[in-house]
Design a protein. Structure first.
Length: 448
């Protein structure tokens, strides 16, 4: 006989954990299944270890600034193994706290995979069966792999965190978040980096600020190889050479990072047994309420193919649990105006529409406000690089529909401005706000 629950959650990443905690708080009896590490991609091979590397990169750049400011001392390389152990210790602490919280909440954690037997029944790897009227699919995604000769000679993003030393020469193949972030932080830590880009960097961000970021990357010594068409990789002595359709051989490199997007973890769920529909890439199809086509089955996070961001999965899971078990019939995530940050060098932050998106939607009603400046911390060191900020406004009232910032501190300053945009910010509201001086954030309230 199957064990019965109010809710079964497949996947213990950010979305699955958030759903489980919130449902348990509402009194639901919850089973959470995942054979992998608690926290999923974000905690183990994503946001958390990546941000740790980014902090290390910031400190490396801080050494350069400190010397320019007049601090005596010798710049030194990162002790990679020491840092790796500190990072692992930090992540272990997160996972231990998750496990304790799950026990305290009464969530039944099963360290095994599950697959559908029917629309309300899950079979576990060990052969047990669980039944619940509500099931959430939150199994996440994994790095995409290409069927090209020599692909196995390179790394995917998960592998970066297993490295025992910093590669001296590395090729990064890709143009999205992962490619741009790793290219910047590895360069800051001392690697020679070539970024092979098929078309455009960061297509989902405002093109003007992406162009400014690309200029920063070149000035930092990152080689941008545009229009890349990598057809193979091969070993040459102790290095790897990439074969490009246009350029021929590229390299040699000590390491290659394939940063080509992610694919959903759905192929082992036996979704056909429940009748759940997926798209051509395998993402579970959901509506605005996270519902699949099968009553009682929902999906969220990367597996659903919406905004692949940890806070999005968390928010979607909490609202779903509030609706199913908390009596909040209208609870669902609003996917409009979600802020996001690329932890590049320097960081690029955005909320709302890009200029191109705004003009497609509003045409001649769009008004743009710009600011370019050298932030004080750079100027004092004699660094001429510039931050860039941009407001995208619409109509006579100049309602702000997009805020974009590139430069030191952009990652932290955008959160508050995102709240304002979500609440209906107008340009006049920014004009009426007294600036914090001297700061970079003041540029967003001083634009003419």
């Amino acid at each position: 006989m199957a064990d019965t629950y109010d809710l079964i959650v497949l996947g213990a990443g950010s979305g699955g954990l958030a759903t489980s905690f919130r449902a348990a708080r509402h009194g639901a009896r919850v089973a959470l299944l995942d054979p992998g590490a608690l926290g999923g991609t974000c905690v183990n091979v994503g946001c958390v270890p990546k941000k740790a590397l980014w902090f290390a990169a910031q400190l490396a750049q801080g050494q350069v600034l400190a010397e320019a400011y007049g601090f005596a001392g010798v710049q030194g390389p990162l002790d990679w193994e020491h840092f790796r152990q500190r990072r692992l210790s930090y992540i272990d602490g997160i996972k231990q706290r998750y496990e304790s919280r799950l026990a305290e909440a009464g969530v039944q954690l099963l360290r095994e995979a599950g697959r559908f037997v029917s629309a309300d029944t899950i079979a576990t790897t060990s052969g047990a069966e669980l039944r619940a009227p509500q099931i959430v699919i939150a199994t996440g995604a994994r790095p995409q792999r290409l069927d090209v000769p020599g692909f196995e000679l390179g790394l995917v993003s998960d592998d970066i965190f297993t490295l025992r030393e910093l590669p001296r020469r590395i090729a990064v193949v890709g143009a999205g978040y992962i490619a741009v972030e790793f290219a910047g932080l590895l360069r800051a830590l001392g690697s020679e980096v070539t970024l092979h880009v098929r078309q455009h960097l960061l297509r989902q961000f405002d093109a003007e600020l992406v162009g400014a970021l690309g200029q920063h990357m070149v000035e930092q010594g990152i080689r941008l190889a545009h229009q890349a068409r990598i057809r193979a990789a091969r070993r040459v002595e102790d290095a790897v050479v990439l074969e490009d359709e246009e350029r021929g051989d590229c390299g040699p490199y000590d390491a290659v990072l394939w940063a080509l997007g992610r694919v959903p973890n759905t192929e082992r769920l036996d979704l056909d047994a429940a009748g759940v529909q997926v798209d051509a890439q395998g993402h579970v199809l959901v509506d605005a309420w996270q519902n699949t086509n099968v009553s009682g089955i929902a999906a969220l996070g990367d597996v659903a193919g919406r905004r692949a961001l940890t806070p999005v999965a968390v928010a979607a899971g909490r609202r779903l649990a509030d609706r199913w078990f908390g009596g909040e019939e209208d609870a669902r995530l609003d996917y409009d105006n979600i802020p996001s940050v690329v932890f590049s060098e320097p960081p690029l932050a955005a909320v709302g529409l890009s200029e191109v998106q705004a003009r497609e939607q509003y045409g001649d009603q769009v008004q743009i406000h710009h600011s370019r400046f050298t932030p004080m911390q750079w100027a004092l060191a004699g660094h001429k690089g510039q931050s860039a900020m941009k407001l995208v406004c619409v109509g006579e009232e100049q309602r702000v529909v997009g805020i974009h910032a590139l430069g030191p501190g952009a990652d932290e300053m955008l959160q508050g401005f995102a709240v304002a945009l979500k609440m209906g910010l107008r340009k006049r509201d920014l004009d009426a706000t007294v600036a914090i001086h001297p700061s970079s954030a003041e540029e967003l309230v001083l634009m003419s």
